[in-house]
Design a protein around this ligand. Structure first.
Ligand SMILES: [Zn+2]
Length: 175
């Protein structure tokens, strides 16, 4: 290590402290002074590093908060998608129950197959007999049930779509 000499006037109080420290360490005043200066530089270097680390941490925290926000947004979107799917499932179940309502039977001798709304709408029994349907009395007369029947038929426009959803285009009965 190359060395150089500097002369500086320092307060005598400070010189006194350096002398005191040098004596306690058993070192020369100049040696003690150089060590103190080095420690001073190390200290300011440490402070700079500490500040850099804090800045990085702060940036990282900010990035984490953004990620957290994104995550919450995605979770909310997932919840909404799930709710929509649940609604579709409920509607599908409701439609199935309506279409499975037994409203009459086939009048072909030895057939007598039950006719549900789905079959009724196609005017064909599950065995393929066309227009041989006899509605049960309660579906001919009772207003409430007739309303249900009408409502069922009204949604028949959606049956093709429903059958597609169910992957059930051919069978007459929907399970
Ligand atoms: Zn039949």
């Amino acid at each position: 290590m190359s060395t150089a000499t500097i002369y500086a006037r320092i307060p005598s109080e400070l010189k006194g402290k350096i002398t005191e420290l040098a004596n306690s360490l058993g070192k020369q005043q100049s040696e003690t002074l150089v060590e103190l200066l080095n420690q001073g530089f190390l200290f300011s270097e440490s402070q700079r590093e500490l500040k850099e680390t804090r800045d990085k941490l702060s940036q990282q925290e900010s990035a984490n908060r953004n990620l957290q926000t994104e995550l919450e947004k995605e979770k909310a979107e997932l919840r909404i998608a799930q709710q929509k799917l649940d609604a579709v499932e409920r509607a599908r179940g409701h439609l199935q129950r309506i279409l499975n309502t037994e409203v009459g039977k086939c009048t072909v001798p030895n057939c007598g197959a039950p006719i549900n709304l789905y079959s009724f709408a196609y005017e064909q029994c599950p065995q393929g007999h066309s227009r041989k349907i006899e509605l049960y009395n309660e579906y001919k007369s009772a207003p409430g049930v007739a309303d249900a029947l009408v409502a069922g038929l009204a949604i028949f426009g959606g049956v093709a779509l429903a059958a597609e959803l169910l992957g059930d285009k051919k069978t007459n009965g929907i399970q």
